[in-house]
Design a binder for this molecule. Structure first.
Ligand code: ATP
Length: 319
């Protein structure tokens, strides 16, 4: 009987559980034995692996976080450490692995694939920063969490006639900031992919104030600067009283949206399908609403790009 394993790695994202469920159920449906690795690559090294049954993934499709737990395992870059992990799989007769995580997790998956474990990646991260897929699992949920927070902040911004600066996650990728900014009607969106001229932002706020605009919302991705720094920078150019709000880890949690659950179910099952067809060394994704696969090499070929059209639109709509 074919045996595969599944793990979640890197930052948790809403929908990881739905993906694990899909891998386990699709596997069992196809007559495969599925094993769960707890605590990501750390659990693979520590031999924290258990066979999963249908019931083990019951009642988790609606839960945020990951039932398999996630961990960072920096030593996984060492070949000797990976050898231990591979031995733990091989002694159980497991030759295939589904890795649900972000691009760091994919790098570990690529190594394992080169070293004898047939591996497929499933994009689980709120950042939406992985090539080879239009959307990552968790992005839609995190986006809606941020939009909900921005709507609430807007109530206060309007009532107190103030500028609010909202700091959102995104060290290298501005997708969350951009989409939340468009959906939340933010006046300014600062993302790492585009140089931000704070003087120009200040001038625009000032022009708005002169024509009677009393409040505004700025969304800043953490990779650009902190909300506090943004406030300080603005005050170099205009006399303005700002309030800052750092959304922090609340963006990563919560129950997954329907879209994320469907995406996770499709991608998890597709990953199993690929392994059953002996296709590995690839990441699965969704492009133009079609399931696609991209080799890890191609995923890493270029850095993630922002949707320039959407960024332009955000500027056009916030004049
Ligand atoms: P997120 O984008 O949500 O942070 P991620 O998957 O990118 O998720 P990372 O912390 O970058 O999160 O990576 C997760 C794990 O993948 C690391 O802790 C490490 O175990 C493994 N990993 C990362 N880079 C490599 C690499 N070059 N070689 C082997 N393993 C790696």
């Amino acid at each position: 009987m074919k045996k595969i394993a599944v793990l979640t790695s890197g930052g948790d994202s809403p929908g990881m559980n739905a993906a694990v469920r899909a891998v386990v159920r699709k596997g069992i449906y196809e007559g495969v034995e599925v094993h769960g690795v707890y605590q990501g690559y750390q659990g693979l090294v520590n031999d924290n692996i258990k066979k999963l049954e249908l019931g083990d993934v019951g009642d988790i499709i609606q839960r945020g976080g990951t039932k398999l737990y996630s961990a960072r395992c920096p030593e996984f870059i060492e070949p000797d450490v990976r050898k231990k992990a591979i031995a733990n799989l091989q002694k159980r007769g497991i030759d295939s692995l589904v890795v649900i995580g972000g691009d760091g997790s994919y790098r570990g998956a690529q190594r394992l694939n080169e070293e004898g474990i047939k591996t497929v990646g499933v994009p689980g991260t709120i950042d939406n920063d992985i090539n080879g897929t239009d959307y990552t699992i968790g992005f839609d949920t995190a986006l809606n969490t941020i939009v909900d927070a921005v709507d609430r902040i807007r109530d206060t911004a309007t009532s107190h006639e103030r500028t609010f600066i909202v700091e959102v996650m995104g060290r290298d990728a501005g997708d969350l900031a951009l989409w939340a900014g468009v959906a939340g009607g933010a006046e300014t969106i600062l993302i790492p992919e585009s140089h931000s001229d704070i003087k120009e932002v200040a001038e625009r706020i000032e022009t708005g104030m002169k024509r009677g605009k009393k409040h505004s919302i700025i969304i800043v991705a953490e990779g650009v600067m902190t909300a506090a720094q943004c406030g300080e920078e603005l005050r170099k150019y205009i006399n303005i009283d700002t309030r800052e709000s750092v959304l922090g880890h609340m963006q990563r949690g919560g129950k997954p949206t329907g879209s994320d659950r469907v995406l996770a179910s499709r991608l998890g099952a597709y990953a199993v399908e690929l392994l059953l067809n002996d296709v590995h060394g690839h990441a699965v994704g969704i492009e133009d609403n079609r399931l696609t696969r991209t080799s890890f090499d191609r995923v890493f070929e270029e850095s993630h790009r922002i949707d320039e059209g959407l960024f332009r639109l955000s500027k056009e709509l916030s004049i």
